[in-house]
Design a protein around this ligand. Structure first.
Ligand code: SD4
Length: 324
């Protein structure tokens, strides 16, 4: 059965359970489907390339935390990607500021926000996780820490993104466009051969944001959450709305209650749609989730959100279902 058909099937089952019964009914009505292991999934088109990097680790029996770090570094290093790492569009004052976080199967996590001049925020976040008693470092402190750890300082504003910024300055209009420019954060989730889950999320954030603005991507529970007993989730899109519903944590908690990954993502999207009736038509948010058994799912507010899947039997880009 194709994955898309599987999605539809799980959607029907999940929907039925929601409308006809309690959560325990839901858990019974949607028994865990056999998933794949190892497997890596990640947001948007660039996930295809990033998954290749992650797969090098996973296919050799490596740990999911190493896989997600190695995978998203590929996107961070791509100067043609305008929303992650080098080449990311700057804030309205012309500064490229990066946010990232990582979480492993032992619920260790590390995060950096408002980090400048360092190409691989995900690896700085990993160092915060591995080498400090903290979860999150921001701004100058995060940069100082990165430099102490041997990361190189470099200019991340490419000629292309500088040109785009100067063009934006002419009208200075802050209206994030659906599925364009502001919505290409990479969130990646992996389940390794040992059955352990990890996740990573990295972004240059919303283009033309206010200087100092931090989105959902480095916030554990919003842009990323992993619970090795249950599953993992990550988010992309306009972070303010992901933070407001604690999106990724909510999805993992729904999975704990028996929701399949796609139904959990849908419920999080529906929450935004219900609560922000006046805003949701103008904004995109997409969620991605992976269960402990290797079953995956995704859901966006609008059409256009897609995600890449790689396993022993699958290597494809899939269009997510959406509310609108
Ligand atoms: C943010 N969620 O900073 C990020 C932006 C994003 O693709 O997803 N871009 O709000």
């Amino acid at each position: 059965m194709s994955n898309r058909r599987k999605f539809i099937k799980s959607g029907i089952l999940g929907g039925l359970a929601v409308t006809t019964g309690s959560l325990s009914t839901l858990a019974c009505a949607t028994p865990a489907k056999a998933g794949q292991k190892p497997i890596v999934i990640s947001t948007w088109n660039h996930g295809v390339q990033a998954n290749v990097g992650a797969w090098e680790v996973l296919s050799q029996g490596g740990k999911s935390v190493d896989a997600v770090e190695q995978g998203v570094r590929i996107t961070e290093a791509d100067p043609n990607n305008a929303t992650v790492g080098i080449g990311g569009f700057p804030d309205r004052d012309g500064f490229v500021t990066l946010d990232a976080c990582i979480m492993d199967h032992n619920e260790n996590c590390g995060s950096v926000a408002f980090l400048q001049d360092i190409m691989h925020p995900i690896s700085v976040a990993r160092k915060v996780m591995d080498d400090t008693p903290h979860v999150m470092l921001v701004g100058e402190g995060a940069k100082q820490f990165a430099l102490e750890k041997g990361f190189k300082e470099e200019n991340l504003l490419t000629p292309n993104s500088e040109k785009a910024w100067k063009n934006w300055l002419k009208n200075q209009d802050y209206k994030p466009k659906i599925n364009v420019e502001n919505h290409d954060t990479i969130g990646m989730l992996a389940l390794d051969a040992d059955g352990d889950l990890s996740g990573a999320c990295t972004t240059s954030g919303a283009a033309w944001k206010m200087h100092g603005r931090v989105g959902d991507s480095p916030i554990i529970g919003a842009g990323l959450y992993v619970d090795n007993e249950i599953g993992a989730a990550t988010a992309t899109g306009l972070g303010e709305f992901v933070i407001k519903i604690c999106g990724s944590h909510m999805i993992v908690e729904l999975m704990r209650q028996g929701y399949p990954p796609q139904e959990a993502c849908k419920e999080a999207v529906d929450r935004i749609v219900r609560k922000y009736k006046n805003n949701y038509m103008d904004l995109q948010v997409g969620f991605l989730a992976l269960s402990k058994t290797g079953e995956y799912g995704a859901y966006g507010i609008h059409k256009g959100f897609n995600f890449a899947v790689k396993s022993n039997t699958q290597d494809e880009l899939i269009d997510s279902m959406s509310a609108v």
